[in-house]
Every structure is written in structure tokens, then in C-alpha cells.
Design a binder for this molecule. Structure first.
Ligand code: NAD
Ligand code: USQ
Length: 381
């Protein structure tokens, strides 16, 4: 099988490229390296010493199968994208190439507009290019659990669609779960969903939208095989996600930064499982595209105060409660179905002390790169 991985230089994309190549797929990695440029703009960097994309691809191609790299902006170079799809002829396209930090998207008007332009136009360009080049291509998109929102909810969160009964007529319907984004970034993922609904309805586009939870961890089976393959590890207040932040804070003697009460409950997934679930989605491309296939890509849910407690108990770290820079509920419940991916063979890795310990070891090993000034640099909204 041939897979075109867009955004393949990023935190989730790189380990996925390696997983697909390690499983016999021919992979073409596309990236415009904007994430590395944003590191420079923010004055932050991955805690781990990531190699250039050229070095990464060279080493991975020797270890697995040849991987090609194309530097291309999915949002700005439509002609290049369509030509690449025609020339490479992928069976599947994986879309990771979006600006993915909620805090970044809320810094100011420049970042709000960039996030919308980059994410929505990029995703639309891909749909449009598939229609022109080959409608049999399976598009696998990395979406987010944040499209559902974190309210008191209508009960357990189903996989994308909500079964309802219309009061006025008594008739039943299955509707796209009402979108309820908490940031401009999350809003772009809600808009992506509408693009997929239309392209599926009009052209029968075969789309799998993976509503992923917060990813944690750094190494995967493949990245461990050579130091040049090391994955990026964000820990700053803009791109660092909560569990990786807590672990790196514990490794560097910084109190764990709980925003607000810590009563927020979120869904989590380990980085190994991100790669595995995308592989499963591609390997199971043969479904009836009568509607967009939506899976919740999550392993488990955790309340943030419980998460901090686990890390604190394990490493003796202090916990500090900080005024929440975000507009979100002080507490929410979250029950999520992940039965779609489980039915394809997904066996979730659960938060486990040995795995957390591995990440902690890496974070401690990279101590020299930890910048305390980057811990509390989140914008407020
Ligand atoms: P990342 O920022 O590390 O990687 C994204 C990659 O896409 C970067 O290498 C960037 O340079 C590239 N990119 C961005 N815009 C591009 C464009 N227009 N053209 C070409 N390349 C472009 O982010 P990540 O953590 O790997 O996330 C990947 C995807 O997974 C995102 O869409 C994100 O919304 C989703 N996701 C991530 C998480 C998480 O916890 N990291 C959780 C849920 C969903
Ligand atoms: N939080 C803290 N302390 C911190 C950092 C965050 O308490 O130091 C809290 C936040 O207030 C929030 C929760 O932790 O309640 C999650 O924050 P996060 O930064 O880990 O995650 P989020 O902003 O939601 O975004 C991340 C990814 C995004 C993805 C999303 C999945 O950056 O790409 O879409 O997780 S989800 O959250 O399920 O929507």
C-alpha cells in the first residue's frame, strides 16, 4: 500500500510515518516545516534533540523501507499537492498538517487567522485534490475530541453521530454531534468536519475522521531504534500538552501546573497508539462510504487533579494550582466510546507506571534543554 502522510515531521506524524514504513507501506512524507519555524518564532524548542527531516528520512529509509520527503505547503500550494497525488498515486492520505495548539490559536488576530487559513484551506485542498485526482483514495484525518466540547454533555460521547428523536414529529435521526469548540484551533476541526460531510455526500469521498484525545509519551517502538529517529517533545505552555508537561516538570523540579481546580476531565492516548490506530484505519479502508466514518481515538479518560496526583506520588513533585488562562468549565464529566477502533483490533495502552517512567527518564536526560521560562507562557483567553 502507498500512504501519503501530510504533516509527517510533527509529533504524531513522524512516529506514524515510521510505523507505516515498518509495516511494509510505501510512504511519502510531506511537510512545510512550519512547526519548526513556530519554535523559532516562540523561542521554544523540543526537549529532545530532533534531527533535520533529511537526516530522519535517511536513517529511517535504511532501517525500514525507502521514504520520500517532499517539502510542500498543503494550504498554499494546491497545484503542487494535486500533482503529487497524481504522481505518487497513494491508496491513503493521512492529514496531520494543521496548526494544532489551542493556546497558539488564541495569542492574537495573526495567529487566529493563520490557524483558520492553514487548517481549513489545507484540509479543503486535500478533499478537492482527491476529487480531481482519484476518488478511491481513503482520507484519514486527525481530528480532536475537542469538537464535542467539555460540558456536562448529553451522556456518554458516541462516535461522531448522535441519535435523536425530533420533538415536533417524533421521527428519529442520526445527526453529527453538535460542535462545541473551546478555541479557534478546535473550531477549525469542527469546520473540517463539515467539509468532510459535504465531500462525502456529493462525491462519495471515503473519509475516516479520528477524534483523538490528548497524546502523551515520546518514544515508540520504531523511534527507539536509532537516536536520529527521536521524536519531538513539547513541554512549553503553548505546544506542550498536559501530561507530558507534568512529567517533564517532575523531572526538572518544577511544581506541576494545574490550571484552575484540576476538575477538568480529558481523554488520553499514548503516542504508540496514535501510530497504531492510523495504521489500523488505513489497513481497514474497505468500508462503505455512505457516510464519514468517525472513530474516537482514545484509550482512557482522567481527571487532571488525579493525573497530577499520580505523577506527584511517583516522583515526589509538588503541585501548584494556577489561575486558569483558558475559558473552560471548572469541572466536567467525560465518558467516551472507542468501540470503532477496538473492533478493528485496537488494544489501548493504559497509563502505566513503567511507561510514565520511560518518559520521565527521557525528560530527565534532556534536563539541559529545559527552559523554566517556557513553562508558563500560555496566552489568556
Ligand atoms: P505538530 O505541530 O507536531 O505537527 C504538525 C505538522 O504539520 C508539523 O510538522 C507542521 O510543520 C506540519 N504542517 C502544518 N501545516 C502545514 C501545511 N499547511 N502544509 C504542510 N505541513 C504543515 O502536531 P501533532 O501533535 O503532530 O498533531 C498532528 C495532528 O494531530 C493535528 O492535526 C492535531 O490537531 C491532531 N491531534 C494532536 C493531538 C496531540 O495531543 N498532539 C491530539 C489530538 C489531535
Ligand atoms: N492544563 C493544565 N495544566 C497545564 C496545561 C493544561 O491544567 O499545564 C489543562 C487545560 O486547562 C485543559 C487540559 O489540561 O483543561 C488539556 O490541555 P492540553 O494543552 O493538554 O490540551 P488541548 O489544549 O486540549 O490540546 C491538545 C492538543 C490538540 C488536541 C487536543 C485533544 O494540543 O491538538 O486536539 O489536545 S482534546 O483535548 O481531546 O481536544
Amino acid at each position: 500500500m502507498k500512504a501519503l502522510v501530510l504533516g509527517g515531521d510533527g509529533f504524531c506524524g513522524w512516529p506514524t510515518v515510521l510505523r507505516l514504513a515498518n509495516n511494509g507501506m510505501e510512504v511519502c512524507l510531506v511537510d512545510n516545516l512550519s512547526r519548526r519555524a513556530i519554535d523559532n518564532e516562540l523561542g521554544t524548542a523540543s526537549l529532545t534533540p530532533i534531527k533535520s527531516i533529511q537526516e530522519r528520512v535517511k536513517v529511517a529509509s535504511k532501517l525500514f523501507a525507502p521514504i520520500t520527503f517532499v517539502r510542500l505547503d498543503v494550504a498554499k500550494d494546491y497545484a503542487g499537492l494535486e500533482k503529487l497525488i497524481r504522481d505518487f498515486g497513494p491508496d491513503a492520505i493521512v492529514q496531520f498538517a494543521e496548526q494544532r495548539a489551542a493556546p497558539y490559536s488564541m495569542i492574537g488576530d495573526e495567529q487566529r487567522r493563520y490557524t483558520v487559513d492553514n487548517n481549513v484551506t489545507g484540509t479543503h485542498n486535500i478533499c478537492s485534490a482527491i476529487v480531481n485526482a482519484n476518488r478511491d483514495i481513503h482520507l484519514v484525518h486527525l481530528g480532536t475530541m475537542g469538537v464535542y466540547g467539555y460540558t456536562k454533555a448529553f451522556g456518554p460521547i458516541p462516535e461522531g453521530y448522535l441519535d435523536v428523536t425530533i420533538n415536533s414529529t417524533g421521527s428519529d435521526a442520526s445527526i453529527l454531534y453538535p460542535a462545541n469548540p473551546g478555541s479557534v484551533y478546535h473550531m477549525t476541526k469542527c469546520l473540517d468536519q463539515l467539509l468532510f460531510q459535504f465531500y462525502n455526500k456529493n462525491w462519495g469521498l471515503r473519509v475516516t475522521d479520528l477524534h483523538q484525545g490528548i497524546v502523551w509519551g515520546v518514544d515508540t517502538v520504531e523511534t527507539k531504534l536509532d537516536a536520529s529517529l527521536v521524536n519531538r517533545f513539547d513541554y512549553d505552555g503553548v505546544y506542550g500538552t498536559v501530561l507530558n508537561r507534568f512529567i517533564s516538570q517532575a523531572a526538572n523540579g518544577v511544581p506541576l501546573t494545574i490550571y484552575g481546580t484540576g476538575g477538568q476531565t480529558r481523554a488520553f492516548i499514548n503516542i504508540n497508539d496514535t501510530a497504531e490506530c492510523v495504521k489500523l484505519a488505513i489497513e481497514n479502508s474497505d468500508f462503505e462510504p455512505d457516510r464519514v466514518r468517525i472513530f474516537n481515538q482514545v484509550a482512557e479518560t482522567k481527571r487532571l487533579s488525579d493525573l497530577a496526583e499520580i505523577i506527584s506520588n511517583q516522583y515526589g513533585a509538588e503541585i501548584s494550582y494556577i489561575e486558569n488562562p483558558r475559558k473552560e468549565l471548572a469541572e466536567n464529566d467525560l465518558e467516551v466510546s472507542n468501540e470503532g477502533l477496538v473492533s478493528l483490533g485496537f488494544s489501548p495502552i493504559l497509563l502505566d507506571e513503567t511507561l510514565v517512567d520511560d518518559v520521565h527518564t527521557i525528560a530527565a536526560f534532556c534536563k539541559g534543554s529545559f527552559d523554566r521560562g517556557a513553562v508558563l507562557n500560555s496566552p489568556k483567553w
